[in-house]
Design a protein around this ligand. Structure first.
Ligand code: G6P
Length: 435
């Protein structure tokens, strides 16, 4: 029986990680075919990754056929799972998302604030087209999306695309669980974290190890910076005792942008003036990775891939596909539609939540009402995300302006206007809905 996975954005430097994930899980997820897809601009990288992935598969000795193509429609024929890891406009666009806000004294980050808004505006229409193709060519396939901003993109697809088999994943909950496991010297399977919120805005409400509530212990370790689950793209500034004790929950690393805004801004502005933003760091890391990937003798994922912030995303993605395939009914953290899981949020909102994974998709585990301490900010962030999706679909200036001015990292009507004007101009090639 065939089991085909199509990786859209296959020329990404992250791809060797997902290939490794399939190799490791071959016994429980016996993939027969993998097709890597990319666009003309990514042709060279696609070729390098394709050759390297074949060497990895050969070394592992698993019977997986791997191919690559620029023809997405052809690739989708017979697909059972499709993953998306694309960056519309590439690193050049990311650099603009980071630099333009910083030049106005506002945080410039690719999934948060002004930068995140424009990444969503560029990405949603492309993912809509991909979903359209899936619906036409392989309607039974699951789309596993890790294209950022993953939560917003997943919500847009579930609201407006006709293809409904869409699940979003992120490495942050996975990293948080793994760090707790490391701290407790146990396996990640023994750790449970009740996640509440949205992608890159999720809180760990309670933490258990083998059924024992260890939330306070983890908070103590966080206070003393003895546990750190920040990805490579975020420098951890640590949290104050007062904040963590009052919150009583685990913040995720992206919360720094909101609750330590001035310190993060200061640090990012300094980097922007001195050595450039994260896009520039990533450019260097990628360059070195591709030099390695080209080496004929390399047939395993190099350690240096851990210098990317998204490292281990593929564990989340591969585990999810394996559990759907096997109808495992285990619990994983995914981005999926709320449908009453958190009564304080709309039913059609996408949330990041623990869910039972079945062959029919995720069944989110009820959370109940939001704790009062985070209810306001979560509702505000969700309302903001809705505005971004509205703007991506309508292509109306007023809609994107509204989203910009209502974002907690901007909230200044004059600056918001300047940002919208400059970012619309900078990205116009990738924003056909606004032209
Ligand atoms: C994090 C996020 C990912 C994001 C990545 C960026 O871990 O969870 O969603 O893609 O970092 O990493 P990069 O190496 O591109 O800065």
């Amino acid at each position: 029986m065939s089991l085909k996975v199509v990786i859209i954005g296959g020329g990404s430097s992250y791809t060797p990680e997902i290939i490794e994930g399939f190799i490791h899980r071959y016994n429980s997820f016996p993939v027969t075919d993998i097709t890597l897809v990319d666009i003309e601009a990514g042709k060279e990288k696609l070729e390098i990754i394709g050759q390297f992935a074949r060497r990895m598969i050969q070394k592992a000795g698993v019977p997986i056929e791997l191919d690559w193509t620029l023809n997405r429609q052809d690739a989708l024929l017979g697909a059972d799972f499709v993953t998306t890891q694309i960056r519309v406009g590439g690193l050049i666009a990311r650099e603009k998302d980071e630099r333009i806000p910083l030049s106005h004294g506002v945080i410039g980050q690719e999934t948060n604030g002004a930068g995140g808004i424009f990444k969503a505006l560029r990405t949603i229409p492309v993912l809509m087209e991909i979903c359209h193709d899936i619906q036409q060519i392989c309607p039974n396939a699951w789309l596993i999306n890790f294209t950022n901003p993953a939560g917003i993109v997943t919500e847009a697809l579930l609201k407006y695309s006709t293809h409904k088999k869409v699940i979003g994943v992120c490495n942050i909950p996975f990293n948080m669980k793994n760090s707790v496991a490391e701290m407790m010297n146990c396996s990640a399977n023994e750790v449970q974290i009740e996640f509440v919120g949205m992608n890159h805005f999720v809180f760990g409400k309670r933490v258990w190890v083998n059924g024992q509530d260890i939330t306070d212990r983890v908070l103590q370790k966080l206070i003393h910076q003895e546990v750190d689950y920040s990805p490579a793209n975020i420098v951890s500034l640590g949290w104050s005792k007062e904040f963590l004790q009052a919150l009583g929950m685990l913040p995720n690393p992206y919360h720094q942008y909101y609750f330590q805004r001035d310190s993060v801004l200061e640090k990012d502005l300094q980097a922007y003036r001195e050595n450039g933003t994260r896009a520039e760091v990533v450019r260097k890391v990628e360059k070195e990775l591709f030099i390695q990937y080209m080496k004929e003798e390399l047939n395993e994922k190099p350690k240096e891939l851990e210098n990317r912030g998204g490292a281990y995303y593929s564990d989340a993605a591969c585990s999810l596909m394996t559990s759907i395939y096997n109808n495992s009914e285990d619990i994983q953290t995914v981005n999926t539609q709320n449908n009453g899981t958190i009564p304080d949020l709309p039913n059609d909102a996408v949330i990041e939540v623990n869910a039972v994974i079945t062959r029919d998709g995720p069944r989110p585990i009820a959370i109940g009402q939001l704790p009062p301490s985070i209810k306001g900010i979560i509702q505000q962030m969700k309302a903001f995300e809705e505005l971004v999706i509205q703007a991506a679909m309508s292509g109306q200036y007023n809609d994107v302006y509204q989203a910009m001015v209502m974002n907690p990292l901007v909230q200044n009507e004059g600056v918001a206007r300047q940002l919208v004007d400059e970012l619309l101009e900078a990205h116009k090639e990738f924003l056909p809905q606004f032209n």
